[in-house]
Design a binder for this molecule. Structure first.
Ligand SMILES: [Zn+2]
Length: 218
């Protein structure tokens, strides 16, 4: 009985500084353990949402091909909403119409890791006439997400095309260098999501000759 009373008396003195520090240390350790896991979970969710958006754009690409027997023209309007002649708006509009959704961004036109219009298209793919077996190609890159700082890394616009080919390492020259442009931060854990001509979407950290090409001639 006496022992119990002593413990009770000692406990009524409140929390000591040492106890408080121990609690803070435990919370800090838990945060250190949990934060990377939470960040990874958030990144995985964004990657999955981006892939879903790309699949829907692939669906729109297919719908456009079925309707007009060719892909929408590239015409340079490849990254902004509001350009009705650009490929993005043309195929997104078909998807929105088919799903009876409200028209307009954000939605499927946005890579969630970038937070705004985050997709670009393969100009070679969109500008080429449809050829036999071309549409079925599993390796032809159609649309891909760009790094959040992609446009800032470009210098003077008139030199863009030239820079694309010349600034790249040998590994990427003559391929879809846009994806691994020097200085660009890939949006998804150092990788990009890519939609292929046949509609499948996959995440890549590096160029892979076996699985990707920018067109039938490359
Ligand atoms: Zn993305």
């Amino acid at each position: 009985m006496m022992v119990c009373e002593k413990v009770g008396t000692a406990g009524s003195g409140g929390v000591t500084l040492v106890e408080l520090l121990v609690v803070i240390a435990i919370i800090a350790i838990l945060m250190a353990i949990l934060l990377p896991a939470l960040t990874m979970a958030r990144d995985r969710a964004r990657r999955a949402k981006c892939q879903s958006n790309l699949r829907q754009l692939g669906l729109g690409m297919e719908m456009y091909q079925n309707q007009y027997e060719h892909l929408p023209p590239w015409l340079g309007g490849d990254r902004t909403w509001g350009d009705r002649h650009g490929w993005l708006e043309k195929i997104a509009r078909l998807v929105y119409r088919a799903e009876k959704r409200d028209l307009g961004p954000p939605g499927i036109c946005v890579c969630p890791a970038i937070g705004r219009f985050g997709f670009s298209c393969n100009q070679h793919h969109f500008s080429s006439p449809t050829e036999p077996n071309y549409r079925e190609a599993k390796t032809i890159i159609a649309i891909y997400d760009i790094g959040p700082n992609f446009w800032r890394t470009l210098g003077r616009p008139s030199e863009e095309a030239y820079k694309y080919e010349t600034d790249l390492s040998d590994e990427y020259r003559g391929k879809m260098g846009f994806l691994w442009w020097p200085g660009v931060i890939p949006p998804h854990r150092r990788g990009h999501n890519i939609l292929f001509s046949d509609g499948h979407v996959k995440w890549f950290r590096r160029w892979d000759d076996r699985e990707m090409t920018r067109g039938p001639d490359y």
